[in-house]
Design a protein around this ligand. Structure first.
Ligand code: TRP
Length: 361
């Protein structure tokens, strides 16, 4: 059977380098590997509305931002289907039936939901739609019969929940749905890239993000003011690598070839780290190196974005065509689901005949 990818992002802001190393870069590699029969990339606007119901304009604005970020990273509409979640009403129908297979206490135990409720101070007033979004996410994944879901580790509980729904559905109604597999980033630094201030996670409200669409100057400014080791005051002082954001970013982005191009005195990152720990290596030098590495990585993305920005209607056309294609696939799965649940009354001629017989007697 074929291999199918489904993944996506909430359109609540421009995508940043954390999204890039945590998942976007991998998606482009997977797309170009030729190992997948279908790739669906979804802009999860309906999910974004579960905690932004009072701000639809924000979600609306960011659909185009995320689409531009996708295209500029190298997602190719001739190879990957890019679509908008809300345009696939079949996903709502699937969610509605899956809701009967999940308990309230199971949702309450979902670690991602739990921490997001805390983050948003929702404790006393959780919107029902938000509370049940893991179910809608299971609909997203199963509607496309996804075998592979490349996401960050924060999505692990969502995948667990999806698998449980699949197992439950199949055991109650017969084998219909497919259990997906999560595909996590393979580099530990990429699992969760910290913000420029060293805080655990990049977030717009903390103002510690490096966006993919950053200009050359903005990028440099953010790197030069990045959090390092606060005790590394003079160049001669020995420095710490752990928790040092500049080195975490180098772990995520730098390759040996970068040393040849930009920092010939060292052969690789281990040598650079050793010198930093010994003392005698200043933060500015390391930051300049990181800047060179990141500029090299982000420049083609920035340039492609500029090109797409010149033709915004074409971007919407891509999303429209993608949504139409995605909808046809989801509709087929929904038909199968309804048949398995025996709620396909008008297609079930045998059932109609049986009912007719019953009344003849
Ligand atoms: N929850 C994901 C996020 O926070 C977005 C998303 C919605 C998603 N549905 C999905 C990811 C299905 C993977 C598969 O960005």
């Amino acid at each position: 059977m074929g291999k199918i990818i489904l993944t996506g992002d909430r359109p609540t802001g421009r995508l940043h380098v954390g999204h890039y190393v945590g998942s976007l870069k991998r998606r482009v590699e997977l797309q170009n590997s030729g190992n997948f029969d279908e790739i669906f990339i979804m802009i999860a606007d309906a999910q974004a509305l579960t905690d932004n119901a009072d701000n639809p304009e924000k979600v609306r604005q960011n659909i185009i931002e995320v689409a531009l970020d996708y295209l500029s990273c190298g997602l190719d509409p001739s190879k990957s289907t890019l679509f908008i979640q809300s345009q696939i009403p079949e996903l709502c129908e699937l969610s509605f039936y899956y809701m009967n297979l999940v308990t309230v206490s199971r949702l309450q135990r979902n670690p991602t939901v739990k921490s997001e409720i805390q983050m948003r101070n929702f404790e006393a007033s959780i919107p029902v739609g938000f509370f049940t979004y893991p179910i809608s996410q299971a609909a997203d994944i199963t509607a496309f019969k996804a075998t592979t879901v490349p996401v960050g580790e924060d999505q692990l509980p969502m995948l667990e929940q999806t698998k449980e729904i699949v197992r439950k559905f199949n055991s109650v109604y017969g084998d219909t749905l497919l259990e997906p597999e999560i595909l996590l980033p393979d580099n530990a630094a990429c699992l969760r890239l910290p913000g420029t201030d060293g805080k655990a996670k990049m977030s717009k409200s903390l103002g510690n993000c490096i966006y993919l669409s950053e200009t050359e100057d903005e990028l440099k400014k953010k790197i030069m003011s990045m959090y390092t080791d606060p005790d590394h005051i003079r160049v001669e002082d020995p420095g710490k690598i752990e928790g040092n954001t500049v080195f975490t970013y180098l772990d995520a982005f730098c390759k040996e070839e970068h040393f040849e191009r930009y920092l010939k005195d060292y052969k690789n990152l281990d040598e650079l780290k050793a010198h930093y720990k010994r003392g005698g290596l200043g933060d500015v030098k390391v930051k300049r190196f990181l800047n060179a590495v990141l500029q090299e990585e982000l420049e083609p993305i920035r340039n492609r974005r500029k090109e797409w920005e010149k033709d915004i209607p074409a971007v919407y056309e891509i999303l429209k065509a993608g949504s139409e294609k995605a909808r046809a696939v989801a509709a087929k799965t929904l038909d199968e689901v309804k048949a398995a649940m025996k709620i396909n009354y008008f297609d079930d001629m045998e059932m109609i005949r049986e009912q007719a017989e019953r009344y003849k007697k």
